[in-house]
Design a protein around this ligand. Structure first.
Ligand code: FE
Length: 213
């Protein structure tokens, strides 16, 4: 029995041939390499694109080079200390609560619930830029920036959550009575779509971290 390792996520497949696509990250067959039976190979992502290397400056470091060096140092620390999963848990705990409050406000016309939904959603919105940036950074650093269907779906879901939260917050700002208006069905539906997108992104993230189980 041969062993094949996905170069993007590190998944190990046992069989005579590598799988058509990686069941964890969706990378295709070409990303698999055969590994010796007891060899422990750490996932070393293949970069899809070359990262911009600072021009070989002579002597003094320009402001741009200094910025790149600090950016590189900070983003490496972000990945090393798992800032993406940490930052994801901040809005992910509050988002279902916001949906729950919105549901109660639409169903029972409870003004207090409407305010609770609105403020919790603002909190979600404020947390999203760090979620998106740390996710992008992990994709580049941990998975070599390989664009498989799994990463593509995660990015779309993140963008959907951010955009829908933005729409809902602005809608509520423009029309504070929206939860009691005739458009309340659509308003609530957007909340549910946003929750669904966060769920899909979380599910795929869990698969990448914990494997197939
Ligand atoms: Fe993989």
């Amino acid at each position: 029995m041969k062993k094949w390792q996905c170069k993007v996520c590190g998944y190990i497949h046992e069989g005579d041939e590598p799988p058509e696509t990686c069941p964890i990250c969706g990378a295709d067959k070409s990303k698999f390499i055969e590994v010796a039976f007891e060899e422990k190979v750490h996932a070393s992502p293949e970069p899809e694109t070359e990262t911009a290397s600072p021009e070989a400056g002579s002597g003094e470091e320009s402001r741009h080079e200094k910025f790149l060096r600090i950016y590189d140092m900070v983003t490496a620390l972000m990945t090393e200390h798992h800032l993406h999963p940490i930052s994801v848990h901040i809005p992910n705990g509050v988002l279902p609560l916001s949906v729950f409050f919105a549901m109660l406000s639409v169903m029972f016309g409870a003004a207090g619930m409407d305010i609770a939904a609105f403020y919790s959603l603002i909190y979600v919105l404020l947390a999203m830029p760090m979620v998106l940036f740390s996710g992008y950074n992990d994709w580049k650093r941990r998975y070599g920036g390989n664009m498989t269907n799994v990463f593509f779906t995660k990015m779309i879901c993140g963008a959907v959550v951010f955009c829908l939260a933005l729409i809902l917050v602005f809608w509520r700002l423009i029309n504070p009575e929206v939860a009691a208006s005739s458009a309340r069905g659509l308003y609530l539906m957007i909340y549910f779509v946003m929750l669904g997108a966060a769920g899909v992104a979380g599910h795929l993230g869990g698969k990448l971290v914990f494997g197939k189980k």
